[in-house]
Design a protein around this ligand. Structure first.
Ligand SMILES: Cc1cc2nc3c(=O)[nH]c(=O)nc-3n(C[C@H](O)[C@H](O)[C@H](O)COP(=O)(O)OP(=O)(O)OC[C@H]3O[C@@H](n4cnc5c(N)ncnc54)[C@H](O)[C@@H]3O)c2cc1C
Length: 597
């Protein structure tokens, strides 16, 4: 069985009962019109397109892959038609600037939409998500002329966008890129260089591709401070304004890879291609970071969405597959064996994936709501506070959703035994498709370094303090609620571990700078446990309220409380192991000589 069924009830629970999105939107400029009815209508339409248009071409896209013929990339059968339907539905400009034809929807809605499309068909989803990211960078940093020329067509899907950073010798370290930009007398630039691994670098889905390219000007300073951002269209406008003149950009090859085979990953050659500067010279990397805060969340959702869809297949399988008998004796006398769901270990696997994906979804909505506040709120202090939370939480969300998402896909595959390893149920494709999210958009190791280094040890803005304040406020508001006693106790314990280990790391880094890198991944994992404990406490509060007021959905809320109890008892204890790992220090890593590896 393959296919996708969107978790609409869970999404609505997080939006309305945990987050109270309608009240948040009503309090801000630009989102006041976004009512509960509108939210639900958008989610239902999104589920429909994910289930009925994207999911049916997921496996065929994986089997066929992309092909390069005479310099042109062709996407798998059905992608072009699906793209047209998707674009006509207005989905590409969902959170785009309404002044230029976008729909102006808040990020909170966009993250749930992205979870659905990533889960239904990650390869396809990358094309519009990259366009949305490129549009965002242009909307924030481009001149009025660039915005007028490109945004309406990017939002409508007539054209699409890419992000061209990586070169063969420069991936994580973009300061050493070699692509050059030479000014022309007319104010444009000649761009030359080769970019690799460019998602959607070439394809047959629409009329033009707008590349956002990082390059260096002739007099640029060395390193990351000498990088500028350029728009380089695949086709330039002719006198009539149609993109009919080929620019000097060509696709040299496409990669053959482990997963996301329907997504074209291209080597792009820029041979004196005409480009246009975005914003000011030498600020390109900063501009890219605007885009990355959005994109990193989207890429995390690839792991989360695929894990959720894997969970649903695995849970259905575990109810139907019969093997062995329950530890308490025969449960189903009419059958030769009991469903594997009777076995505690099968339940452990399913509940681990479920506890992770549900907390992850709540965290995605929480981070997105902070992005919305940072963007739309009237009050400057509220905007600044939200921006700090976004800065702290984005690397955690990207790495946690994609790491735990990949592990979740593998665990769900394990529930099916050998049937998970073969093609039939689609779980092996999910494992292959989820893996890349741990690597691109900044590897998860780099996300962890960002958190432990820039956002903790070298932070001067009090980022962690804002999160601590958010959690302490929740504890103060709900600490007296008896039904939340266990979850508040777990939250307090996790908070105190993070506070303790953060102080330890700041101190240790003063004597040895390698302590940051040595601690970074377990520190991010510990932070994830704290955030998931926070999200589960918020969900439990909402579930208790739901049980009291809405008996028709009692089983739904009861399942939330049982998943929360599992998370506390079986997953939270890992926090202590992580503290031990961090305090184990860097010396044991750094004393091995290079030739001993
Ligand atoms: C399918 C696919 C699609 C992609 N799409 C795009 C795209 O659209 N646009 C684009 O520009 N790029 C794209 N990329 C490139 C991707 O973002 C890079 O592969 C990624 O950023 C890592 O760079 P790298 O592969 O050069 O690895 P390297 O930078 O060589 O890193 C290798 C390892 O060393 C670690 N490492 C490196 N530096 C440090 C450090 N300072 N401290 C600690 N650890 C470090 C890394 O975490 C990693 O584990 C894509 C890649 C793939 C595979």
């Amino acid at each position: 069985m393959t296919g996708y069924s969107a978790p609409l009830q869970d999404m609505q629970f997080v939006l309305h009962e945990v987050q109270d999105a309608e009240a948040l939107f009503a309090s801000m400029e630009g989102t006041a019109e976004v009512s509960r009815d509108l939210i639900d209508a958008v989610l239902e339409s999104a589920a429909k397109i994910a289930q009925e248009v994207l999911a049916p071409i997921n496996r065929s896209g994986d089997e066929e892959g992309c092909r390069l013929e005479q310099g042109k990339v062709f996407t798998p059968k059905g992608f072009k038609e699906a793209y047209t339907a998707f674009a006509e539905g207005g989905w590409i400009g969902l959170s785009g600037d309404p002044q230029y034809g976008g729909q102006g929807m808040p990020k909170v809605l966009a993250v749930l939409f992205e979870e659905m499309i990533m889960a239904a068909n990650s390869s396809f989803a990358l094309y519009p998500i990259l366009s949305a990211g490129a549009s965002l960078a242009l909307a924030r940093h481009g001149s009025e002329e660039l915005k007028q020329r490109y945004l309406p067509k990017l939002y409508s899907g007539q054209w699409s966008g890419t992000m061209c950073l990586t070169e063969a010798h420069a991936g994580t370290d973009l300061g050493i890129i070699k692509t050059r930009a030479v000014p022309n007398v007319d104010g444009s630039y000649q761009i030359s260089g080769t970019k690799i691994f460019i998602t959607g670098g070439d394809h047959d889905l629409n009329a033009n591709i707008i590349h956002l390219v990082l390059a260096k000007l002739p007099d640029a300073p060395e390193g990351p401070k000498g990088i500028s951002l350029f728009v380089v269209p695949r086709h330039l406008d002719d006198e009539a304004g149609d993109p009919s003149k080929a620019n000097n950009v060509s696709c040299g090859a496409i990669e053959h890879k482990m997963g996301i085979k329907g997504s074209a990953t291209c080597v792009l050659n820029f041979d004196d291609a005409q480009g246009f500067l975005v914003g000011e010279p030498n600020k390109g990397l900063n501009y890219m970071f605007t885009m990355m805060n959005y994109e990193r969340l989207s890429i995390g959702l690839q792991g989360l969405g695929l894990a959720d869809s894997s969970y649903r297949s695995a849970a259905q399988y575990a109810r139907e597959r019969v093997q062995g008998r329950s530890a308490h004796g025969v449960q189903d006398e009419k059958s030769v064996a009991d469903p594997i769901l009777v076995h505690a270990d099968v339940r452990r696997m399913l509940l681990t994936v479920r506890a992770d994906t549900e907390a992850g979804r709540a965290l995605a909505v929480y981070v997105a709501s902070q992005l919305d506040v940072a963007h739309f709120h009237r009050d400057e202090q509220r905007r600044a506070r939200a921006a700090k939370l976004v800065a702290l939480l984005t690397p955690v969300a990207k790495a946690a959703f994609s790491d735990r998402g990949f592990e979740g896909c593998v665990m769900a595959q394990q529930v099916l035994g050998g049937h998970g390893y073969v093609r039939e149920w689609g779980l092996e494709q999910n494992v292959r498709d989820a893996r890349i999210a741990q690597i691109y958009e900044g590897t998860n190791g780099i996300q962890a370094l960002d958190l432990a280094g820039r956002k903790l040890v070298r932070d001067r803005d009090g980022l962690l303090e804002v999160l601590i304040d958010e959690i302490e406020t929740f504890i103060a508001e709900h600490g007296a609620q008896e039904s939340l006693a266990s979850s508040i106790a777990a939250l307090k314990a996790a908070l105190s571990s993070v506070v303790d280990v953060s102080a330890w790391l700041k101190e240790a880094a003063q004597t040895d700078a390698d302590e940051i890198g040595a601690a970074s991944v377990p520190y991010l994992r510990l932070m994830t446990l704290l955030l998931y404990a926070f999200m589960w406490a918020r969900m439990e509060r909402a579930a208790h309220e739901g049980l009291a007021n809405n008996s028709a959905n009692a089983s739904f809320y009861d399942a939330k409380l049982k998943t929360a109890a599992f998370f506390r008892a079986r997953m939270m204890p890992n926090a202590q192991a992580l503290v031990g790992e961090i305090k184990g220090g860097c010396a044991v890593l750094m004393t091995m000589d290079a030739d001993q590896f």
